[in-house]
Design a protein around this ligand. Sequence first.
Ligand code: NAP
Length: 244
Amino acid sequence: MHQLVPEPGPVLDVLTSLADDNRPVPADRPWVMANMVMSIDGAFAVDGRSGALGTPGDRTVFHALRALADVILVGAGTARDEHYRRPVAVADAAAIRRERGQEPAARLVLVSRRGLIPDDQPFLTGDGPDPLLVHAQPLPAVVPARVDTLECPDAAGGVDLPALLGHLRSNGARLVLCEGGPGLLGELHRQDLVDELFVTVSPRLVGGRSVGLLGSGPALLRARRLHRLWRDEDDALFSSYRRP
Ligand SMILES: NC(=O)c1ccc[n+]([C@@H]2O[C@H](COP(=O)([O-])OP(=O)(O)OC[C@H]3O[C@@H](n4cnc5c(N)ncnc54)[C@H](OP(=O)(O)O)[C@@H]3O)[C@@H](O)[C@H]2O)c1
């Protein structure tokens, strides 16, 4: 992995480089990072999944960001499509997390309107903290075991994202990592709740309709500043953007 911006040079340790970046935590919510991978032409999925877009370098960045976060925030659609599991403790990050007073592993937080969780989801079992299902509508009669729930509707029928982030902050979360999907990320963008966006441009062309990291909601223009740019041996580009 090689850094092109800010100062060129090898990236000796992805986890440490990402951990050492300054992330001033707001008083009323956590610092919100988002991480997405796309093709050169902006496709976020191939046949309904993002896996085919990844490179080994992308997976390294993906896991390093997860290893630093208190919360992995994900749209329920993505959790279902991508068969999400509970985040687990990462040995390489144990010392960093201990020093920062973080739990050993991040907690999965699912954002849903309907609160529908099929009972075969991998995140319903396994090690790590029980996921939190945050929903807008009243829950169906049966909710799978080993999931905590929080009803948090906004006036538009979705989850009240500022209120959710405030809740997470008051429960100790300082660093949230949103892994999409485009529906949720678009809403975070419109509400100006993304502090740091990581985008991997994978050297692939895809076409099709699954294009646009912020989904198909109303457009809203926001300027961003390039914070870092890396390139790996497979010609994938890793960028991170922050507010100007
Ligand atoms: N390239 C990448 O990095 C990447 C990352 C993530 C996902 N993806 C791909 O993206 C596709 C899924 O896209 P998507 O836009 O449908 O994903 P999504 O945002 O994860 O899922 C949409 C669903 O999430 C819930 N949701 C989203 N925003 C909400 C809000 N503001 N309030 C309440 N609930 C909200 C709703 O769940 P309910 O239906 O439960 O009400 C909604 O139906 C999949 O193909 C996946 O593979 C790609």
